[in-house]
Design a binder for this molecule. Structure first.
Ligand code: MN
Length: 257
């Protein structure tokens, strides 16, 4: 198996080195990671300037080739899978900070996996909470290996979001928590006295059982199968039924309701 690895914390992240170590047991690994941190960049791509792919300044294991790219996680996957056509799967992470519930909308880590699926490759995002200290990646590695064994062997799993608690006591298949969150903006002042603002995200409701947030809060590794199609099927069917629209052949325009 050929495994392309990216992240959004950048080429120097210990989470990237840890994931590369674990993944090496599953196949050949190549790393394409952003040269600087790209957290919360979502699925941005770089279309207004050229991208460069340079040898990594960080040494990974001897058999792992690694490159830094002056772009986003999605850029790294698009470029990496262009240069390494044989990639079978993309792993993105291990992110320093969980990507649960609504964080998925902002996550650069998940975007790396989503870009893989857009290109017809299996994509798996991996994250773990960060506190005051950096996550203990070494002690997490057996659990990362366990989760990868499960997901890589499943032919039906395509886009997958995995979150590890600090000390996992088991795994759970979960769904995305969708409760509202508070996008608090906290004002402050910079050293020159100018007003500046920090964006923070705080969930407003307790996590519902069966969700990704619930699993991690209760010490389980959360594995959420995702899809790229955002269509609300129920709403679509209801709208087609209750508010039908027609395209008259002669006018070529929408019929007024
Ligand atoms: Mn990050």
């Amino acid at each position: 198996m050929n495994i392309l690895i990216t992240n959004d914390d950048g080429i120097y992240s210990p989470g990237l080195a840890s994931l590369s170590r674990v993944a090496s047991a599953f196949g050949k690994v190549m790393v394409f990671a952003p040269d600087v941190e790209q957290s919360s960049m979502g699925h941005a791509i770089t279309a207004s300037r050229p991208l460069y792919c340079k040898k990594s300044p960080v040494h990974f294991d001897d058999h792992v080739e690694a490159f830094r790219v002056n772009g986003t996680p999605a850029d790294c996957v698009a470029l990496g899978s262009h240069l390494w056509e044989k990639a079978d799967v993309v792993l993105s992470g291990i992110n320093i900070g969980s990507n649960l519930g609504n964080s998925m909308w902002h996550s650069g880590t998940l975007a790396g996996a989503k870009q893989a699926v857009l290109m017809g490759i299996k994509g798996i995002a991996l994250s773990t909470p960060s506190g005051e200290n950096e996550p203990d990646f070494k002690s997490l590695e057996p659990f990362v290996s366990e989760a990868l064994q499960l997901v890589l062997a499943d032919p039906d799993v395509n886009l997958t979001n995995i979150n590890f608690p600090k000390k996992p006591r088991g795994m759970r298949w979960t769904r995305q928590a969708v409760q509202h969150y508070d996008g608090i903006v906290i004002p402050g002042k910079d050293p020159r006295g100018r007003a500046h603002y920090w964006f923070t995200i705080m969930p407003l409701d307790p996590a519902e059982e069966g969700t990704d947030r619930w699993a991690v809060e209760n010490g389980f590794t959360s594995i959420t199968p995702l899809r790229l199609d955002l269509t609300d099927e129920k709403k679509l069917l209801k709208s087609m039924d209750t508010r039908p629209v027609e395209w008259p052949e002669d006018s070529g325009s929408l019929k007024p309701l």
